[in-house]
Write a protein that binds this ligand. Structure first.
Ligand code: HEC
Ligand code: HEC
Ligand code: HEC
Ligand code: HEC
Ligand code: HEC
Length: 308
């Protein structure tokens, strides 16, 4: 008769492909990295899968392209799934969207003709920006990628199989003065804040700052104010009033708007000549437009990703 260990061994040998990666939940990491967990929880990354707009678009994508499209979308919105095999989204960690263990198991990112290639291994060694980290909770390794914009490129740069560059934030950055100077995504989206890298009960470390894991973007009024500068001048021309509004992208390291082609920046100018509420209104919409082969503008997020 085979003993218990014999059975376990046999099961492991018979089914190596079911032995998928073990991916830890953010809550687990947060037992020691409390401050970082708190910040990440309020990030857009934490809700990248549960976001109702994404859920809705995923459903439409599956209707339009079949269920194969699912893995493409989940590749960025729930990136652990391709390693855990949890395409049915049963595991809690899948619902954590862009979670800690994904970014900190990332070993390298390379870009060949605009298409990022990621190497990720859930081998218990957490990669990060600290050169002198020591932890008995898990292995640690300093990683060049984590202090460079490349760490973001995997999901913020995307070319669909037809060759259309859909998401271009990384290359916009690369070609900007910020890219040339080496001002990385992290400098603007993960700036230092005072907080503890690990709970002092676990380990006392000399650093008193961490990189902000909230990664504020266009949903942050503060970020938007940094990005856009506006200047208005008016002049009278006969019986007419001429209004000139100048908008400058003064603080974003890429186009505004960037990312999803569905993003828009709307300028609204209202003129209230008699002080009785606005009488004249003008609007300009700044956006990238993607059209289909017939020249009709795409109105839905998932259509530009069109993976087949
Ligand atoms: C039991 C406590 C504990 C848990 C749980 C824990 N860590 Fe850590 N972690 C540490 C300690 C201690 C350090 C070292 C800090 C130092 O020396 O500055 C560290 C360092 C790190 C670093 C820095 C590595 C570097 O070289 O830059 C990263 C990244 C990291 N942890 C990620 C994670 C992730 C992701 C998880 C969850 C999968 C996690 N940790 C779970 C205690 C923990
Ligand atoms: C594994 C994929 C992945 C990686 C890696 C990644 N992101 Fe994201 N990011 C996303 C997804 C998906 C969204 C959109 C989520 C949504 O809207 O529900 C997003 C959204 C954002 C936003 C938008 C927030 C807003 O308010 O509009 C910012 C800013 C951002 N990411 C910055 C970064 C930075 C900086 C890095 C690198 C340090 C990075 N991301 C790395 C997948 C990723
Ligand atoms: C989108 C990718 C991404 C996610 C998600 C993410 N991190 Fe990070 N993390 C980074 C990057 C990039 C840095 C380094 C930034 C730099 O130095 O410029 C970093 C730095 C760290 C560090 C080193 C201390 C510091 O702040 O510099 C620790 C520890 C860490 N992260 C833990 C976590 C934990 C725990 C979570 C989840 C609660 C998490 N990270 C989620 C990308 C990520
Ligand atoms: C010089 C500072 C700076 C750098 C560098 C920078 N960003 Fe931004 N980013 C901003 C500001 C300010 C905003 C808010 C205005 C906006 O929405 O464009 C923003 C917005 C965003 C958004 C939200 C876009 C939207 O329209 O919803 C994403 C995603 C983003 N950045 C990702 C990145 C990535 C990825 C990198 C690196 C490749 C990067 N950023 C580099 C300053 C920067
Ligand atoms: C290469 C990575 C990547 C892939 C693949 C991807 N997305 Fe995204 N998605 C992103 C990023 C990054 C953003 C945020 C961009 C920004 O803020 O400008 C985003 C934003 C979105 C948004 C807007 C969410 C909001 O709150 O405004 C929807 C909806 C969405 N994606 C649906 C999908 C669907 C459906 C698929 C599959 C057909 C898909 N995505 C595939 C990276 C990806």
């Amino acid at each position: 008769m085979m003993g218990l260990t014999g059975w376990l061994l046999a099961a492991m040998l018979l089914a190596p492909s079911v032995e998928l990666e073990h991916i830890s939940s953010a809550e687990m990491c947060g037992r020691c990295h409390r401050d970082i967990l708190r910040a990440w929880k309020t990030s857009i990354h934490a809700t990248a899968l549960e976001n109702p707009l994404f859920q809705d678009a995923l459903e439409r994508a599956e209707e339009d392209f079949g269920s194969k499209v699912r893995s493409t979308c989940l590749g960025c919105h729930a990136p652990t799934v391709q390693y855990s095999g949890d395409t049915g989204l049963i595991k809690k960690v899948s619902w954590e969207g862009v979670t800690c263990d994904f970014c900190h198991s990332l070993k390298s990112v390379t870009l060949t003709s605009g298409a990022p290639r990621l190497v990720v291994a859930f081998d218990g060694i957490k990669t990060g920006p600290l050169k002198d980290a020591v932890s008995n909770a898990h292995g640690v390794a300093f990683s060049e990628v984590h202090i460079s914009s490349l760490v973001c490129a995997g999901c913020h740069e995307y070319r669909n199989p037809q060759g259309l560059a859909v998401l271009t934030t990384y290359t916009e950055w690369q070609n900007s003065s910020y890219g040339q100077k080496g001002t990385h995504c992290q400098d603007c989206h993960m700036y230092s804040t005072s907080a503890k890298v690990v709970d002092p009960k676990v380990k006392r470390v000399k650093e008193t700052t961490v990189n902000l894991h909230q990664m504020p973007g266009s949903r942050s009024v503060e970020q938007l104010n940094k990005a856009i500068q506006s200047q208005m001048s008016t002049s009278r021309q006969g019986g007419k009033l001429k209004v000139i509004v100048k908008l400058t992208n003064a603080g974003a390291g890429h186009y505004v708007p960037t990312g999803s082609p569905m993003r828009q920046l709307i300028l609204e100018v209202r003129l209230d000549p008699f002080g009785e509420g606005p009488a004249i209104r003008a609007e300009r919409v700044y956006a990238r437009m993607i059209t289909d082969q017939k020249g009709v503008a795409l109105q839905r997020e998932h259509l530009s990703i069109s993976p087949f």
